[in-house]
Design a protein around this ligand. Structure first.
Ligand SMILES: Cc1ncc(COP(=O)(O)O)c(C=O)c1O
Length: 376
């Protein structure tokens, strides 16, 4: 089965003995009755541990990433917390790409450092930088494309170097989505998603997911999923499962619009630089072309004019954090999504007052281009 066929049919077998629902219902029950005190009758005990609607989403997201196991959490950061709390110990060392969602850096720097887990930033766009890291490290963590500079990291190459060192590889696939890129097939150990973004796709559900193939890691993660308790709710599971059914269609539309907007911005005199991996002069174009099916809906650019005036003039691009919904959103990472990074770190990477990040929606492209043209 191809991607969209799998997303529509996976886990949706009608329950002919009862209602015959074509669409899987939302199971809101927090607890499940049994006839035998020694074992659950229908396979479920308590919703934190497991729930039929969450299982539906977990099986779909696993199939989407071509992995064996899927796990769903209450947010992307809850999924991240689960990875670290389950698989690392005091004294563990994480190597992460230097361009990372601000909340992820904050989690490493402000929370897990208290438990003796250290975190170092390395530019992983050049894999030789990972080869040059001295000493043992336990986990390599990156987003590709990265947030907000759309850096491309060679998943195969980095996974092979990390594995030689005995480290696990975690790829945050939130920007690319499983419709465009499958990191497990390229050597990653764990794929992570903020399902809040493209997977749900409509800016109305908060969630996170992990997908992996290794049973030993899954056992640790599923134990901690229940022990920590930051699980995805039945309603969010239903919305995220529904989102997966149209993910591929949406990603085609997001990618098509983003490519047109990237080209338009590149040719505009008021724009200094565009960061979009689908442009042939992007430094990661060849790697992106090899590991992604399309280039996605996210781009950033540097504006030569007054950023605040430009933002105020826009009609369709709403000024808001987050990304991956059907509507176009725009933001300034320096003030917004990446404000939690240290000032010097932001400036070193080029995240300043002139950098604008766009989540290109699926509105009509002529309307979007006209809006940008008028406002620039
Ligand atoms: C790439 C990436 N990973 C993880 C997260 C965290 O996800 P959540 O906001 O669902 O906790 C975000 C949030 O913006 C993100 O952009």
């Amino acid at each position: 089965m191809k991607f969209t066929t799998t997303m529509i049919h996976q886990g949706e077998e009608p329950d002919y003995g009862r209602s015959g629902d074509v669409i899987h219902p939302i199971h809101l029950s927090t607890t499940f009755a049994r006839v035998d005190p020694e074992k659950p009758t229908g396979g479920f005990e308590y919703t934190r541990t497991s729930n039929p609607t969450r299982i539906l989403f977990e099986s779909k997201v696993a199939a989407a990433e071509k992995g064996k196991y899927g796990l769903a959490f209450s947010s992307g950061l809850a999924a991240e917390t689960n990875v670290i709390a389950s698989l690392l110990e005091r004294g563990s060392r994480i190597i992460a790409h230097d361009d990372l969602y601000g909340g992820t850096s904050r989690l490493f720097e402000k929370v897990f450092s208290k438990f003796g887990i250290t975190y170092e930033k390395v530019n992983l766009k050049d894999p030789s930088n990972l080869s040059s890291v001295r000493g043992k490290y336990n986990m390599v963590w990156f987003e590709t494309p990265s947030n907000p500079l759309l850096g491309i990291i060679d998943i195969k190459e980095i996974s092979s170097i990390a594995h030689e060192n005995g480290a696990l590889v975690v790829v945050d696939n939130t920007f690319a989505t499983p419709a465009l890129q499958n990191p497990l097939e390229l050597g990653a150990d764990i794929v992570l998603h903020s399902t809040t973004k493209y997977i749900n796709g409509h800016s109305d559900s908060l969630g996170g997911a992990l997908v992996l193939n290794r049973e030993d890691l899954f056992e640790k993660l599923v134990f901690h999923q229940n022990a920590i308790g930051a699980v995805m709710s039945p309603f969010d599971s239903y919305l995220s499962a529904r989102g997966l059914k149209t993910l591929e269609l949406r990603m085609e539309a997001h990618s098509r619009n983003a490519m047109e907007i990237a080209r338009f911005l590149r040719d505009h005199e008021k724009v200094e630089k565009v960061y979009y991996p689908g442009l042939e002069d992007h430094e990661g174009y060849n790697v992106a072309k090899a590991q992604m099916r399309k280039f996605g809906g996210m781009l950033s650019f540097r504006y030569r004019g007054d950023v605040k005036v430009f933002l105020k003039r826009l009609r369709y691009f709403l000024l808001a954090e987050s990304l991956g919904g059907i509507e176009s959103l725009i933001e300034v990472p320096y003030y917004m999504t990446h404000a939690s990074l240290k000032e010097e770190d932001r400036r070193k990477l080029g995240i300043d007052e002139k950098l604008i990040r766009v989540s290109v929606g699926i509105e009509n492209i002529e309307d979007l281009l006209e809006d940008l043209q008028n406002s620039l």
